[in-house]
Design a protein around this ligand. Structure first.
Ligand code: TEU
Length: 554
């Protein structure tokens, strides 16, 4: 047995699926999705090939930030069910080979959280220092809140004490003071609680904000706090992970992995690569993505990138230059209503690509072949669109579309009682739904399933060393991932023009061939490892190097 047994690091080759319980399936007809509903769809997710469910916040909440404003870290929102229902979900998922991770939102609480209520009641309350206060008015030109236009600065006055509390996000989300050791103990207890219920880790919300230490606080290096959290997590559960939301440039992300020692976040979303990918899609040119991937730091064995095309927030373009952002806006969000915060797009992928199945499939093929672990947002597998009638980030948070029945099979409630209205355009449930696509072998759902199953038997994708393979076609990206199990070569044409690609894999032994994993085909490598073929408009190929006698059948 090797010291790093790859099967321990399950998350290096996981297929993560993010969903919000309230928009997945409503089992009791009140218009709100619930845990029992989710329980009924675990088999659907298993059949899709998902190996890790990420549940967005399901805690008690005044619901002014879609559940990211939490009023009890240990509870379950009563609209969604009970702890018993959650345990059933976790257990059923585990039985079908799926782990569950949950959101850990400890940068802030809701202003309805009992800690904040107590903190406001008296400056002498033991909970006062759970939050961050200043006694004088914040200076003009202060730091802006994360949601421009929705919060004015990051300080809000508490009328009773005349002091100001810090909130990085909405005014109703006071920031917790992580410099206070009692707050750190609370966070550890929350982690311990959910682990004990059987979850396999956390998606950690807004990590850089969490590590922001109030001015003048007497505290060691903030990253030591993250290291403490990680140590605690691993003591309680060796398989558990921290998947961090760190929307920062690559150089800074390295610090959140814990640098060389890799002892902070286990995984981080690749926001930079995601944004470059959109610029590449707009330009029909892989160059921006190639540049990002080349500058993406190589990681040690025990950490990982999480790749995604869309998440529940706006498609942020904040890491692009102003001109590049404008370019993506013009192509993918021509209508002002499709933009938010001056930096992001409130749409899902298929409408941005004008519903062109070739482009949509090419984008998902890319997602699954990028070095790392893919993360899907619910509904991506069937090509759901957004509801443009709903302003802001909520537009992409509409109910899962199960069938062409009323409410898309999501709920029996009157449409007016639904937690969110499905789109009524060409992406309405009558046109886009699971039931219809299950019956159609040529559907996007079956396509994504095929990608998932191929991803799962190609550990090179999660483990391999990345390399861009040189070839002459400028609209084509050929990249390879090499691991001890073998070598994977992916080919993607970003343009509508079919083009010939020709490349060399000089180090492969004589008699090697490329096996096409998506279509039954075998391309022998010529002398010096040369191979050439035509890539169709927006085409993609998944190729595995088959070496003489390597014994692999797939
Ligand atoms: O988002 C935190 C965060 O920093 C986001 O603002 C994200 O980086 C940004 O949208 C990209 O431009 C998390 C959740 O994902 C979000 O839904 C919550 O509203 C937010 O925390 C506050 O809890």
């Amino acid at each position: 047995m090797k010291i790093t047994d790859t099967s321990d690091l399950w998350w290096k080759t996981a297929v993560v699926y993010c969903l919000d319980v309230e928009t997945f399936l409503d089992s009791n007809g009140d218009g709100v999705g619930d845990l029992q509903g989710l329980g009924q769809r675990i088999d659907y997710l298993a059949q899709l090939g998902v190996t890790c469910l990420w549940l967005m916040p399901f805690y008690p909440t005044p619901d002014r930030d879609d559940g990211y404003d939490i009023s009890d870290f240990y509870g379950i929102d009563p609209r969604l069910g009970t702890h018993g229902d959650l345990v059933e979900v976790i257990r059923t998922a585990r039985d079908r080979g799926m782990r569950v991770i949950v959101d850990l939102v400890v940068n802030h609480t809701s202003d309805r959280h009992p800690w904040f209520l107590a903190a406001k009641r008296s400056v002498d309350s033991p909970y006062r220092d759970y939050y961050i206060w200043r006694s004088d008015a914040p200076p003009k030109g202060q730091k802006n809140a994360v949601f421009p236009g929705q919060a004015d600065g990051i300080w809000e006055k508490d009328e009773k004490s005349g002091q100001w509390y810090q909130h990085s996000f909405y005014e109703h989300q006071p920031d917790l003071n992580i410099a206070n050791p009692r707050v750190r103990d609370e966070i550890a207890k929350v982690i311990g609680f959910w682990l004990q219920l059987g979850i396999s880790g956390f998606r950690v919300d807004a990590v850089p904000f969490l590590l922001e230490i109030p001015e003048g606080a007497d505290i060691p290096e903030p990253h030591d706090l993250l290291k403490d959290i990680r140590r605690f997590l691993q003591r309680r559960s060796s398989e558990a992970i921290l998947l961090g939301e760190v929307n920062l440039p690559y150089e800074q992300q390295i610090e959140y992995f814990g640098g060389e020692s890799g002892d902070e976040l286990t995984m981080q979303f690749d926001f930079v690569g995601m944004q470059a990918l959109y610029l590449s899609l707009v330009r029909r040119d892989p160059a921006p993505l190639i540049e990002a991937l080349r500058s993406r730091p190589e990681l040690g064995t025990e950490v990982q990138w999480a790749n995604f095309l869309r998440n529940h927030d706006e498609l942020t373009l904040d890491k692009l230059s102003d001109a590049e952002r404008e370019e993506v806006f013009e192509a993918f969000a021509p209508d002002e209503r499709q933009r938010v915060f001056g930096r992001g797009i409130t749409r899902r992928l298929p409408p941005m690509l004008e519903g062109d199945p070739r482009r949509i499939r090419m984008a998902y093929s890319l997602l699954f072949t990028l070095p790392g672990t893919p993360v899907l947002f619910y509904g991506e597998e069937i090509g759901m669109g957004e509801n443009i009638e709903i302003p802001g980030r909520q537009a992409v948070r509409t109910p899962m579309q199960w069938s062409d029945d009323r409410n898309g099979g999501f709920s029996d409630a009157a449409p007016s009682r639904l937690v969110a209205a499905p789109p009524s355009d060409g992406y309405a449930p009558t046109h886009v739904n699971v039931a219809t696509q299950l019956e159609d072998r040529g559907s996007l759902l079956h396509f994504v399933r095929d990608l998932v199953s191929r991803y799962r038997i190609s550990p090179e994708l999660g483990w391999g060393a990345f390399e861009v393979v040189e070839q002459p076609a400028s609209s084509v990206l050929v990249h390879s991932l090499t691991a001890d199990v073998g070598r994977f070569v992916a080919v993607h044409n970003f343009s509508e023009v079919p083009v010939e690609t020709r490349f060399r894999l000089p180090d492969e032994p004589d008699g090697s061939a490329l096996v096409d994993l998506l279509h039954a085909a075998r391309l022998p490598l010529g002398p010096k490892g040369v191979v050439a073929f035509e890539v169709p408009a927006f085409g993609y190929r998944w190729l595995r190097v088959s070496r003489p006698g390597d014994g692999r059948v797939t």
